[in-house]
Design a protein around this ligand. Structure first.
Ligand code: CO8
Length: 264
């Protein structure tokens, strides 16, 4: 692939969007390759995915403005759908996804990061939804996900003003979970991915689905979603061994071990 690097490091996969000459802006070719990379992830082998941008300046500086500039209404809608479908695949991928935001995360870049489960950023990162300054709305889920993540008031302020914010403000409003020096960002992302990867994958996957699906439902229905996913973990090797390990440990602390969960 020309614009996407996909690296596998044991149980962790790392996708790097690699179009640094355009600050990793998302044109159709980049989006197609991103989708192919997501489709190629073996969700039974991979326990966490990290998405980042190539270079030291930009995560993704948005959708490609040159490519968008001459779109018709119908083509604009289709381009929005293309991005939305791919980002929804990321959001619903049965594996946790961490965005390691190494610089500009503007427009479609901020939207890509918001389709990930967890966002961590370099202290040099800049976030924003500059679309209204270009005469369009956010079109890859920004109006929906930003409001859900930081609340409607702050989302509306960011979107209506098109004002960029720095990493420390993104941290303060809950858009990112943590901020690190750029030089530490990937190590921190992989450490976080590694911590997730040690836990029972069936359970982690069920938690992702319970949180995502539950947020779209009323509380009564959301709790039923949780009950079913909770029940679905039982009788698995991972549940039996995870609990047996705790009971062995209680019986004799010397018997403590780290369970090598099997995803079965
Ligand atoms: N699209 C295309 N090319 C870009 C983009 C972009 N979004 N961002 C940067 N580039 C290119 C520049 O054109 C430049 O190319 P060249 O060297 O050939 O002139 C190169 O990257 C380097 O950029 P700059 O020289 O501008 O670098 P600076 O450090 O001076 O500035 C900025 C960095 C501030 C990030 C600046 O490049 C910028 O403002 N970029 C645009 C950011 C933006 O507005 N992004 C939002 C785009 S709209 C969007 O994402 C909507 C998503 C939903 C789409 C729905 C479809 C219907």
């Amino acid at each position: 692939m020309a614009f996407i690097n996909l690296e596998k490091k044991e149980k962790i996969a790392v996708i790097t969007i690699n179009r640094p000459e355009a600050l990793n802006a998302l044109n159709s070719a980049v989006l197609d390759e991103l989708e192919a990379a997501i489709d190629s992830i073996d969700v039974n082998e991979t326990r966490a995915l990290v998405i980042t941008g190539a270079g030291e300046k930009s995560f993704v500086a948005g959708a490609d403005i040159g490519e968008m500039s001459s779109l018709s209404k119908a083509e604009g809608e289709a381009f929005g759908k293309k991005g939305n479908d791919i980002f929804r695949k990321i959001e619903t991928l049965p594996v946790p996804v961490i965005a390691a935001i190494n610089g500009f995360a503007l427009g479609g870049g901020c939207e890509l990061s918001m389709s990930c489960d967890i966002r961590i950023a370099a202290d040099s990162a800049i976030f924003g939804q500059p679309e209204v300054g270009l005469g369009i709305t956010p079109g890859f889920g920004g109006t929906q996900r930003l409001a859900r993540i930081v609340g409607p008031g702050m989302a509306k302020q960011m979107i209506y003003t098109a004002r960029n914010i720095k990493a420390d403000e993104a941290l303060r409003i809950g858009l990112v979970n943590a901020v690190y020096p750029l030089s530490d960002l990937m190590a921190e992302a992989e450490k976080l991915a590694g911590t997730i990867a040690k836990n029972a994958p069936i359970a982690v996957r069920a938690c992702k689905k319970a949180i995502n699906d539950g947020l779209e439902a009323g509380m009564d229905d959301a709790l039923v979603i949780e009950e079913k996913l909770f029940g679905g973990c039982f009788e698995s090797w991972d549940q039996k061994e995870g609990m047996a390990n705790f009971l062995r440990k209680k019986d004799d602390p010397a018997k403590v071990k780290i369970v090598d969960f099997k995803n079965e």
